[in-house]
Design a protein around this ligand. Structure first.
Ligand code: ADE
Length: 231
């Protein structure tokens, strides 16, 4: 990979990366700030997309068109859907789906984007492998490969968690990954999503999110930091 694009949605998700990046240039495009520089000697473009699928999609397309990135890594926090996950655990995307895409009234299954070649966007096998190996080095036994569900909703209820886990087989839920994945898929660019659990998307989610986002975001960073040296 020549140039790597790294996206986080919120300041907490890119804070440590910004410290580590030897920044050469800062540019603005469509309301998003891009830091171009070297990260462990590798050409990297780091950005904070903002929250939600539209921000993440715009950010990803700009990374591809203007900065010519050859791969995209998303780093941040998520709500756990798989009941075996604890706060802090890591999910690496095998694939991702937009759980709020709902054309069920016309007979399409939940999450299906009508007339699209696919609605479940696979992450790149090499990036998954390198991320998983990094995860096992940094947080042994606390790292799984799974399905990321994205939607423009902060999930905070047991019933919703059960539905997203049972109906869509989601491992965790967040608000950007699958839109990054779709844009990468449309452009033929490899990607992977790395998420550390800040909460369990249940009735305590808002409290846990406040308490654990910084720590979990930093755990996700630790994996990116390790994997980038082995790409
Ligand atoms: N990001 C972190 N926790 C989340 C949740 N419960 N729902 C959506 N996005 C999240």
């Amino acid at each position: 990979y020549g140039t790597i694009g790294i996206i986080g949605a919120m300041e907490q998700e890119i804070a440590l990366l910004r410290q580590e990046l030897q920044s050469e240039e800062t540019l603005h495009h469509a309301g998003i700030t891009y830091h171009v520089g070297l990260f462990h000697g590798r050409k990297t473009v780091l950005c904070k997309s903002g929250v939600g699928k539209v921000n993440a999609a715009v950010c990803t397309q700009v990374l591809i068109d203007r900065f010519g990135v050859d791969a995209v890594i998303f780093t941040g926090v998520a709500g756990a859907l798989d009941p075996s996950l604890e706060i802090g655990d890591i999910v690496i995307s095998r694939s991702s789906v937009q759980h709020d895409m709902d054309v069920t009234a016309l007979g399409f299954a939940r999450g299906v984007i009508p007339y699209q070649d696919t609605s479940e966007f696979p992450s790149h096998p090499d990036l998954i492998r390198v991320a998983k190996e990094a995860g096992e080095r940094v947080f042994p036994g606390r790292c799984v490969i799974g399905k990321v569900l994205s939607g423009d909703q902060f999930i905070a209820g047991r019933d919703l968690v059960r539905r997203l886990h049972e109906e869509l087989q989601g491992t965790c839920t967040e608000m950007e990954g699958a839109s990054v994945a779709q844009v990468c898929h449309m452009n033929g660019i490899p990607h992977v999503i790395i998420r550390s659990m800040s909460d369990k998307a249940d009735g305590s989610a808002h409290v846990n999110f406040e308490e654990f986002t910084v720590e979990s975001a930093n755990r996700s960073f630790a994996i990116v930091n390790d994997m980038i040296q082995r790409l």
